[in-house]
Design a binder for this molecule. Structure first.
Ligand SMILES: C[S@@+](CC[C@H](N)C(=O)[O-])C[C@H]1O[C@@H](n2cnc3c(N)ncnc32)[C@H](O)[C@@H]1O
Length: 178
């Protein structure tokens, strides 16, 4: 049975990747989160009860609790920007994917680097902005991890609120070909 490694909440994935989730609903879904706080547990329980093929695994996206070459899709919504080591996240995604496996995530990206001061601001980090990669950094790190056919699509662009610089909501896709 194929695995779909997921680092996201199912309701968001449905919105982002409806066809993929539906067409692979017969497979197994591993929901990975590094937190066992109540919201994560409740989400895991809710979907674990509803879908017998969904399970919750406590773990970090930098060290996925999944065997190598066992996963068809790595999907995620707004988590990778929070990681302090994005290259390790991409390497781990590459490791667990099977040949021709798809990395397809939603994340914040930046058109250009933001000021150093903004990067240190923990409010901006937790708002998923300060830890975000630029498009070219995302592309380059995925390539370094071994991915091919990399694409970044901007779904929306904004500079509203308290951040005086633009950022994108992006869909990033890449393929593992070995
Ligand atoms: C901004 S929320 C993501 C939102 C969620 N994916 C959604 O679509 O609603 C960030 C989530 O990622 C988890 N997280 C943050 N860093 C992580 C890491 N290094 N490994 C695994 N999970 C992480 C947090 O515990 C939290 O549940």
């Amino acid at each position: 049975m194929p695995y779909i490694a997921r680092v996201v909440r199912i309701q968001r994935v449905r919105r982002i990747l409806p066809n993929i989730l539906i067409s692979h609903v017969v497979g197994n879904i591993a929901y990975v989160d590094d937190s066992s706080h109540r919201r994560a547990r409740d989400t895991a329980k809710k979907y674990g009860d509803k879908y017998r093929n969904a399970e919750f695994r406590l773990g970090e996206i930098e060290h996925l609790p999944l065997e190598s070459n066992t996963v068809d899709y790595v999907i995620s919504n707004c988590v990778i920007n929070l990681s302090p080591d994005k290259l390790q996240v991409f390497r781990e995604s590459f490791r667990v994917l099977r040949n021709n496996g798809v990395f397809a995530v939603a994340d914040v990206t930046l058109p250009k680097d933001i000021p150093e001061e903004a990067k240190k601001d923990m409010d901006s980090w937790s708002a998923c902005i300060a830890g975000a990669l630029t498009d070219s950094e995302y592309f380059s790190l995925l390539k370094t991890a071994g991915f091919q056919d990399i694409s970044i699509e901007h779904v929306s662009s904004t500079n509203i609120g308290e951040y005086p610089f633009p950022y994108f909501s992006s869909h990033i896709k890449a393929i593992k070909r070995t």
